[in-house]
Design a protein around this ligand. Structure first.
Ligand code: 13P
Ligand code: SF4
Length: 349
């Protein structure tokens, strides 16, 4: 690890390797003061003392490496507001990855998002700070499963949610995200499609289109846990509250909500409608991130963490830039086919 002109001390946890941490100095405090000012409402001062040295180092390393940081809306506020250059939902991250001119992309999100960035940018170095950042939806289906489905439903186009591996994307006709799924399904001009792998998203899309949807039994381990009873309890406790739900939730939960949309859709709703009190039925870092932007909105925050998104942390981002780890690679032949499916999605306006 590169040393800083600051005091360092080792921290140990049982069974962990010794990692020197950089302590806060007046210089770091001054350089990071504008970010600290923005985050005061969501990050207590004591935690800021821990975050600021890594933020300061990451901002320097980004310049040295000609790197950009793309962060998903579920990243924690110190990443989302502290070091990210581009933030957004899966669709925005895929679109922005196509426009990046830097040499290095650090993807702060989960592995399929980093793979998508690599598929779009085969000549760039794409890093993910922790390879264990997976996704239960991506793990729910394989390329062999898609090939079998094609045999079972000959001629039916395959629409694949971006929450899948590059191998699965390569077997697909077109990708979609929760932000454009209905539009993508309807863009094909067919009577029925295979829609993989999220069964709840498939059912939520089916409710908004006449196209017949054939689904797979994949689920998001975070969103499948929300229930209608949770929403009723929230409405009882907080009369008048506005409930926004991600379409990876079950159709019952989506029906019980006031609005359903991708993570960016929910942020746009809060920005345009300014509900006085709101609950986001999704991963819990979202509320912390938007609360910074909309201090006038009261966010009720029942917390469900995505354990995969939470593998990413400031020290790991710093290490990624110091050591150029962990590089995301996609087999060239797979990448070419997967890219077609992603590009077809990006071409749908
Ligand atoms: P969005 O595309 O809405 O950001 O969703 C990604 C995701 O993984 C939700 O769980
Ligand atoms: Fe995957 Fe669900 Fe985590 Fe999103 S929240 S990355 S869908 S496990």
């Amino acid at each position: 690890m590169q040393s800083q002109a600051t005091a360092s001390t080792p921290v140990t946890a049982p069974g962990a390797t010794v990692r020197p941490i950089t302590l806060m100095t007046p210089e770091i405090a001054a350089r990071t003061a504008p970010i600290h000012a923005r985050l005061r409402s969501v990050i207590p001062d004591a935690r800021w003392q821990l975050f600021a040295p890594d933020i300061d180092a990451i901002l320097r390393l980004k310049k040295e490496r000609n790197a950009v940081i793309l962060a998903h809306n579920y990243q924690t506020p110190e990443i989302f507001h502290g070091v990210a250059d581009i933030v957004g939902d899966s669709l925005a991250l895929a679109r922005e990855a196509a426009r990046v001119s830097a040499d290095v992309i650090v993807l702060c999100g989960v592995h399929f998002m980093a793979e998508t960035a690599k598929i779009i940018n085969p000549d760039k170095t794409v890093l993910i700070p922790d390879m264990r950042a997976g996704c239960s939806l991506a793990d729910s289906i394989t390329a062999a499963d898609v090939r079998l489905l094609r045999q079972k439903y000959p001629g039916v186009p395959v629409v694949t949610y971006v929450n899948t591996s590059a191998d699965v994307k390569a077997e697909s006709d077109i990708c979609c995200t929760s932000g454009n799924a209905v539009k993508i399904v309807e863009s094909l001009g067919v009577k029925r499609v295979l829609f993989l792998p999220d069964e709840y998203l498939a059912q939520n899309v089916a409710a908004q289109t006449d196209v017949e949807i054939i689904a797979w039994k994949g689920y998001c381990e975070v969103h499948e846990l929300f229930t209608v009873a949770d929403i009723e309890e929230l409405r009882n406790k907080h009369p008048g509250i506005t409930v926004l739900a991600h379409p990876e939730c079950s159709p019952d939960v989506v029906d019980a909500a006031d609005f359903s949309g991708s993570t960016a859709g929910m942020i746009d709703y809060v920005g345009s409608q300014r509900p006085p009190r709101v609950v986001l039925v999704t991963e819990c870092s979202m509320s912390d991130n938007i609360a910074v932007q909309y201090p006038d909105v009261d966010f009720i925050r029942p917390c469900r963490l995505c354990p995969h998104m939470k593998q990413i942390s400031l020290p790991k981002i710093r290490e990624a830039l110091e050591n150029m780890t962990y590089e995301v690679k996609v087999d060239a032949a797979i990448a070419v086919r997967a890219r077609l499916a992603v590009e077809r999605m990006l071409a749908v306006k």
